[in-house]
Structure formats: structure tokens, C-alpha cells
Design a protein around this ligand. Sequence first.
Ligand SMILES: NC(=O)c1ccc[n+]([C@@H]2O[C@H](COP(=O)([O-])OP(=O)(O)OC[C@H]3O[C@@H](n4cnc5c(N)ncnc54)[C@H](OP(=O)(O)O)[C@@H]3O)[C@@H](O)[C@H]2O)c1
Length: 238
Amino acid sequence: MNKLKAVVTGASSGIGRALSLEIVRSGGRVLGVARNEGALLSLKNDLGENFSYVAADLSKLSEIDRVVEGAKGFLGSVDVLVNNAGFGLYKSVLEHNDDELISMVTVNFIAPIALTRRMLPLMHEGSAVVNVVTAGIHLLMTKLPVYGATKIAFHYASRALAHELKQRRMRVILVYPGVVLTEFHQRAGGIAPSRGRVTAEDVAKSILKAIEKGKNVVYAPSYISFLRMLGPFLPELY
Ligand SMILES: NC(=O)c1ccc[n+]([C@@H]2O[C@H](COP(=O)([O-])OP(=O)(O)OC[C@H]3O[C@@H](n4cnc5c(N)ncnc54)[C@H](OP(=O)(O)O)[C@@H]3O)[C@@H](O)[C@H]2O)c1
């Protein structure tokens, strides 16, 4: 765990920010990625020389190469790539305009795969890719349907990627949070449901524990894993 070298997308707030803090405070080094340069700079001021960042918009795939260059320069090699950046919109399927559809599919599904592919040359046997999905994939999220669709695609591809990377002796850790108390829901134009809530720090700690203990699936809170079995029978829950 000591001196873990990690790339964390979505480091400017919520889960990504909390995870960056945990990793650096436990002796590691983090390259954070997000659009909000002010928030990244403020995190750098808190964390010092073991944190650096690349301000990049992951809805633009052309910006990914700068992230890889940043990782090469700051970290050299990468022990953990955390694909955490993501967003949703509280809108029905038909309310999404084309730009929103393209942007959400790109940030939540295409960019993490494109970033992983480009980052692999910097990774090694024992490295891990951490993909932050959502426990909501087990339900029909009628309030965030397109978001749910992008996360199901991400979940599916991540499971396949886990098989592919096993051949290189690398791990994929799939993370399924419940409702996390971050800016996510407000940004998405809605109100967070009251059930199954956890803090970003709780999720960050669960992810670090999984990296340490060799776990490949994380539900946060852990009891939310019941949705895996019962979700299909609770389609109207959310
Ligand atoms: N909160 C929940 O209830 C919940 C539940 C399950 C799963 N999740 C997942 O957890 C992950 C983190 O979300 P959070 O709850 O921590 O929400 P958050 O506080 O809104 O953080 C989202 C992060 O993603 C980054 N991001 C969004 N669009 C981006 C873009 N185009 N380019 C680069 N970075 C971008 C944001 O940075 P900038 O705005 O600075 O770019 C921010 O750092 C997401 O993948 C989300 O789907 C959240």
C-alpha cells in the first residue's frame, strides 16, 4: 500500500477527491484528472508534492493523451488507474438532447476504456484498474435512465476487461456504490434518494481496502450488494 502510484479521474470532488486524499495520506502519489482546475489546485495545496494534476475534459477523447503524458512525467509507472469521473442527468430518455447523450456515453463509458488502453504501457504485473460503476445497474433507474445505460455498458465491458487483464496478471476492481453524499445528484439536477447512503470517504476507504486485500468487487455500503439478487424484482425502487 505504501507509495502507491495512482491516476484518479474525477479527483476534483466527491469520491475521487476523497480517494486522492486517502492515497497521498497513506504515503502514495496521485495524478488527479478533472476539468475544474481551481479545485485540483486547491487539492494540490492541501497535499503538496505527492499530488499533481492534469486539467482535462474527458468528454473530449483528444485530451486523453495529455493525461497519459502527465502520468508518465509525474509517476513514471502506474500501480492503480481509477476510472471514477462520471456524471448523470435526472431526465427521461427522450428529454436528453444529442449532445447530452454523446457526452454522457463518452465520459462514463468510452473515455475510461480509451484511457485504460493508453495507460497500459505504464502499468505492470500486479497493477489494478478500478472502475467506479453504480449499484443502480441492478435496478431500472427511471429517474436517471441514460446514466444507468452508460453504467451498465461500463459494467459489462469491465467484466470482460477483467478476463483480458488476468492474462497480464493485472486486476480490474469493480466498484458499485449506493447513494453517495457528493455533488453528483445536485449536478444531475435531482435530489439524492434517502436510502443506502454513504460518504465519499467511506467509498474511498472501501476501494483502498479492496486494493490491499485483493478483492475484485466492492459494494459501498456492503449491504447494498443485496440488489445484485433482488434488484430485478424491485424495478420501481428508483
Ligand atoms: N454520488 C452517487 O450517489 C454515486 C453513486 C454511484 C456511483 N457514482 C459514481 O461515482 C463517480 C464519482 O461521482 P461522485 O459521486 O464523486 O460525484 P461528483 O462529486 O460529481 O464527482 C464527479 C467527478 O467527475 C468529474 N467529471 C465529470 N465530468 C467530467 C469530464 N467531462 N471530464 C473530466 N472529469 C469529469 C468531475 O470533475 P469536474 O467537474 O471538475 O470535471 C468530478 O471530479 C461517478 O462515476 C458516479 O457515476 C456516484
